[in-house]
Ligand binder design. Structure first.
Ligand code: HMG
Length: 449
């Protein structure tokens, strides 16, 4: 059977950074450890004044095509996943294709272009679309370009402000992929929820605390649904578990639930019984509140065990390295988590070929999706080329006043005042930049050599 999956990946971070512990926390009069320990975040990425979802997506895609030696005619499909789009009709993929046609000789005239929306899970849904297109044999030997690009900005003083971020992940989806192949099996947890939404507004309306509960509930349902088709998942089945990471503290909560689920009725539960007892079973309790108290007590004990801590450090923590320094990239976030894990394995010289990843995507509104991926023999060549560490290092470090100015520049409500002619913090080099507005209110872009 033909394998389909991710052939190559490229990342572009917004070129500015806000240090959460040293700049944001003092300005808010808060303890820096709320960010570094509580949320698990050191810094956020922001787009410079000439960057937006199109430039970041086009820059990531440009690099990816150059590395892979691709021309536009090799691409049969361009799907952009974003929840930061600025046009209800013309898809961002057309803008990105237009940018790429400035630097490549050919054109994407026969590529199917689209835009996917379902909060942060849309990046994974775009990969699904590409997978299905290839499996259906409609691709004519070509690959699909999937670009997840977002400026995840919140209104100032919203609790979500601490979790902002901006960047793009471009992925090439192909037959016989070089990086990871995708499982046919998938699990879903989906429900009509109103925890995070943007009803025709740029900054989200968020019920943050509820969104955390909704994330956990949908992920649990998706895992159970995945197990119903793929069989029982246990703690040692996967090398890494990259999950959607709005902030690392969210994944820390989800991982504990996942570990409890994956160790139930296994030798690990038996081994832990001496230390913290067996897992509470609902049928053994007279009412919900007693059962929930028992669960809470068990989880408190579980998170302190050596067994859980070793598993978390090995399987989950390596997925969070990039995210800790760039914040939430919405649609790109889970794809950063996968890349972060593979990069850690590469840096440690670990042989990962044939190992499996359990990938958990999530979008508010709300839907979780879980599938498995198998690392391919040629994975190292694809990870070796990544420059994300250097990009993170090179970002311009904003003062709090500068951060407020940049936030205003990217605020659609006041953007027209600036008209693309405002001060920039970094000098663009070999990249696409925003170049002002066209006659019909469209955005214009140009490539700076
Ligand atoms: P908050 O009220 O500012 O923070 O909001 P908090 O008071 O809950 O503190 C956060 C954590 O830091 C807590 O840890 C505190 O205890 C700890 P927890 O108890 O939860 O484990 N803390 C400290 N730790 C050490 N030292 C200290 C200290 N102080 C506090 N001194 C909230 C947090 C997440 C609600 C907020 O940031 C928010 O609204 N974020 C946006 C929504 C969000 O990210 N939700 C996540 C799930 S939904 C999702 O993932 C989808 C999304 O990506 C969008 C999409 O799909 O499109 C958002």
């Amino acid at each position: 059977m033909t394998e389909v999956g991710i052939d190559a990946v490229e990342i572009w971070t917004g070129k500015l950074t806000l240090d959460l512990a040293n700049t944001f926390a003092p300005a808010k009069g808060e303890d820096p450890e709320k960010y570094t320990k509580g949320l698990g975040l050191n810094a956020s990425s922001f787009p410079d004044t000439y960057e937006d979802i199109v430039t970041m997506g086009a820059n990531a895609a440009h690099r990816l095509m150059e590395h892979e030696g691709l021309e536009p005619e090799d691409i049969g499909r361009i799907d952009v996943a974003t929840e930061s789009a600025f046009d209800n009709s013309k898809p961002v993929s057309t803008y990105i294709a237009g940018c790429l046609e400035e630097v490549f000789e050919g054109e994407f005239s026969h590529a199917n272009k689209g835009e996917r929306k379902f909060a942060c899970v849309a990046g994974t849904q775009s990969i699904d679309d590409a997978y299905n297109w290839i499996k259906a044999g409609r691709h004519r030997g070509r690959s699909a370009l999937v670009i997840a690009t977002d400026t995840a900005l919140y209104a100032r003083n919203d609790p979500g402000e601490a979790t902002q971020g901006a960047g793009a992940v471009a992925m090439l989806i192909s037959e016989d992929p070089d990086l990871v192949s995708l499982s046919t099996e998938q699990g879903y947890g989906s429900a009509d929820e109103t925890d995070f939404l943007k009803p025709n507004q740029q900054f989200p309306s968020v019920d943050g605390k509820r969104s955390v509960q909704v994330y956990l509930a949908r992920m649990r349902e998706a895992l159970e649904d995945f197990e119903s088709v793929a069989g029982r998942v246990t703690a040692e089945d996967f090398a890494y578990g990259p999950f959607h990471t709005p902030f690392p503290g969210m994944v820390r909560k989800a991982a504990l639930f996942a570990y409890r689920h994956m160790t139930r009725d296994t030798a690990i539960e038996d081994e832990l019984a001496e230390e913290i007892g067996r897992q509470p079973r609902e049928e053994a309790f007279d009412n919900d509140s007693e059962y929930e108290d028992a669960l809470r007590e068990y989880m408190d004990g579980l998170k302190r065990t050596e067994s859980y801590r070793e598993w978390y450090a090995r399987v989950i923590d390596p997925t969070l390295t990039i995210s800790r320094n760039v914040g939430n990239w919405y649609t790109g976030s889970v794809h950063l988590a996968r890349t972060s894990a593979l990069k850690t394995a590469f840096d440690e010289g670990r042989d990962l070929a044939g190992e499996r990843l359990l990938v958990g995507s999530y979008g508010s509104g709300a839907q979780a999706e879980i599938h498995a991926e198998t690392v391919q023999n040629t994975w190292e060549e694809k990870i070796d080329d990544l420059t994300i560490d250097e990009q993170i290092e090179r970002r311009y470090d904003l003062s709090f006043e500068e951060y407020e100015r940049v936030h205003d520049v990217h605020n659609h409500a006041i953007e027209t005042e600036h008209d693309g002619e405002i001060e920039e913090f970094t000098a663009p080099e070999s990249e696409f930049v925003f170049g002002g507005w066209g006659r019909m209110g469209e955005r214009k872009y140009r490539f700076i050599e």
